[in-house]
Ligand binder design. Sequence first.
Ligand code: ADP
Ligand code: MG
Length: 315
Amino acid sequence: MRRRSELLTTYGLNVVSVRPEAGAVSLAIERPNRRVLPTEDVWSRWNPERTWGNRNLLVGVREDDGELLILSPGKQHAPHTLIAGSTGSGKSVLMQNIVLAVAATNTPRQARLVLIDPKQGVDYFPFEGLPHLAGPLIVDPSEASARLEQLVVEMDARYGKLRAARVQNLAAYNEKVASSERLPVIWVIHDEFAEWMMVDEYKDAVTQTVGRLGVKARAAGIHLVFAAQRPDANVMPMQLRANLGNRLILRVDSVGTSEIALGEPGAEALLGHGHMAAKLEGSPGIVFAQVPFADTGFVERLVETIRAESSPQEK
Ligand SMILES: Nc1ncnc2c1ncn2[C@@H]1O[C@H](COP(=O)(O)OP(=O)(O)O)[C@@H](O)[C@H]1O
Ligand SMILES: [Mg+2]
């Protein structure tokens, strides 16, 4: 890594990552012309498994082998996810991919989306037509904390149902009960949550409710995806960070921020525009990947198709 600036100044090679392997060291070097990966194209290679609903989400294309990077908060990985990256690094685009993946692979009966965006929802207007939305976009901190508290109540109620049905998790519950009694997975997508962390009541409420949602939420089928620019201690208490076990880290502004967000240096050398370092609980090491890009036209067409396909009784 000390050679990074030498390689850059002498040879014009921008080393993005260094990875030790069995008998070699792999260097990833920035290519002169980067390509945008349209979500539409990447999805054509994706065959999500669908029993009743899907909790495996496509979040990127791996840099090492070109395979799809799938986030699995329902099973393999941690139940909750932290997205970090400086302004313009691609956080909202990644969250949009997640929202689209949920909506395209689940009916509104199978998955509900709670969208929270302190930036007045500008990045999420096209999603307002999704029948999966459990209420309008939340743009107010007191509403957001009330909603999160409500989810803790919902989680406890679901635990009661699981116990009564003598099953361990939502998937088993949904297999056992009549189809009319099945419960949807709930996804909470919270963009730019640091914006509100200056508000003490919000900070305390979020930290507490996320703590209570912790690992129990997986069995109850509640998953959080939170994004912030710099998840350092003053915007993000340790306890909160610890509860968001999966890390999808885009380019950050310093080594220090990378150490906090990713647990090690490296995210400061990412290229921006959806270039990502992923550390997923339960999977070894860090995976470098490119997040696909969903342009407005694709989003609008997809939302329209999903609306048309979900019948009124399905909603
Ligand atoms: N995955 C991506 N592929 C290509 N371009 C991207 C990608 N992600 C972001 N960008 C570009 O960067 C801009 C900012 O992305 P955005 O997600 O709004 O950043 P953030 O939310 O982190 O501030 C986008 O409008 C787009 O032009
Ligand atoms: Mg954003």
